[in-house]
Design a protein around this ligand. Structure first.
Ligand SMILES: C[S@@+](CC[C@H](N)C(=O)[O-])C[C@H]1O[C@@H](n2cnc3c(N)ncnc32)[C@H](O)[C@@H]1O
Length: 350
């Protein structure tokens, strides 16, 4: 029988308290990132709370509560005299330099996302997308309509790509294709790396909203404009032809099965008969599989976030992806695990 003891030190009770207050940790970290506290500490080294409040134009005493809490969870270090110093974690959260986990955190916790969580019970009852119920538009449209959200979203996606790309390119030979197209490739970090490492030609396909950012990004990293064509459009209408392989990284997981089948039909129409569809994805573990990946990601938890924000079924299990693709006439050729939470599934046309 499960113990009903009220002893405050039981593991179950500690876990319940942690679950109750985990949002406070997220909000404190988000607020510090958004105010630029991690950037300031990284640029200037340790600072008093007074210095940080002055630099961020915030209330000293209220800011102190947040910084002290962040020190208690080892995101910052507090020294006597209300002095705060950066840590390895706060350095990872810096957002005034390269795309970082700080951008991903700010994207996932920005107010519009938070609003989606507030209406979650109602969205479940109505069977609708929480983000859309709360914000009256889809998450991509929301981001592209708001400058800060767009910049943060694009950097968040770039961070994810940058942190996984080496493991991915080591695990799969893209050099076997003359042209590879990244569908839903954002600003193009993945396709730029594929082209750079394997010397093939690339196509970046995404919504028109990201085309300018992609062009600027490609120029900034010195990609030969002749090597990657930037094409824009809507996957639900048409995907351009011309590539032997289509890659989709964390893209199909944003959509429901019904939507995914439409996208897969358009992939099929775009590919030659001997073409390949390459799914790059974290999989939700089956019941008997470990719940946490080597890089610390828990796909089952991440999947909820995707499910709250997008129309999708979220991340699926390997078997679910395989079945979904089979319904569209794609046969699984092989599955390759990379050194991080990303796996590769290569499909050919039946
Ligand atoms: C979750 S992001 C993934 C970006 C990238 N694949 C990665 O892993 O970093 C989804 C991408 O799909 C694009 N997208 C969303 N709806 C689309 C549509 N209907 N047609 C084409 N691209 C779309 C978004 O603009 C965004 O860049």
């Amino acid at each position: 029988m499960v113990s009903t003891s009220t002893n405050p030190n039981t593991e179950a009770k500690k876990r319940a308290f942690d679950l109750m207050l985990t949002f406070v940790k997220s909000q404190c970290t988000y607020t510090a990132a958004r105010l630029g506290i991690f950037d300031l500490l990284d640029d200037r080294g340790e600072q008093t709370v007074e210095d940080l409040a002055q630099a961020t134009n915030t209330d000293i005493e209220r800011l102190y509560f947040i910084l002290r809490a962040l020190a208690h969870v080892e995101v910052l270090t507090e020294k006597p005299g209300r002095i705060f110093a950066p840590t390895e974690t706060s350095t990872l959260l810096v957002t005034n330099k390269d795309p970082s986990v700080g951008h991903l955190l700010m994207h996932l916790i920005e107010p519009a996302q938070w609003d989606a969580w507030k209406v979650l019970p109602e969205a479940l009852e109505k069977g609708v997308v929480p983000f859309e119920l709360a914000n009256k538009k889809g998450v991509y449209q929301y981001c592209y309509d708001n400058e800060w959200s767009k910049d943060t979203f694009i950097k968040a996606m770039s961070f994810l790509t940058n942190s996984q790309v080496d493991g991915l390119l080591d695990a799969y030979d893209f050099g076997q294709y003359e042209t590879v197209m990244d569908v839903g490739g954002g600003q193009g970090g993945l396709i730029a790396n594929i082209v750079k490492r394997y010397g093939c030609k690339g196509v970046l396909f995404d919504l028109p909203d990201v085309a300018d950012t992609a062009r600027e990004y490609m120029a900034s990293i010195g990609v030969d404009p002749g090597a990657i064509a930037i094409k824009t459009g809507d996957v639900f209408e048409k995907i351009p032809k011309g590539a032997q392989a289509i890659v989709m990284k964390h893209f199909i997981s944003a959509w429901s099965d019904e939507d995914a089948l439409k996208i897969l039909a358009n992939c099929k129409a775009a590919l030659p008969q001997d073409g390949r569809l390459i799914l790059l994805q974290s999989f939700v573990p089956d019941l008997d599989e470990p719940k946490t990946e080597a890089d610390g990601i828990m796909p089952g938890i991440f999947a909820v976030q995707i499910n709250v924000a997008t129309p999708g079924g979220g991340w699926r299990t390997k078997k679910q992806f395989q079945e979904l693709f089979a319904k569209s006439g794609f046969k699984l050729e092989k599955t390759v695990k990379t050194s991080n939470s990303l796996s590769i599934m290569e499909f050919k046309l039946n």
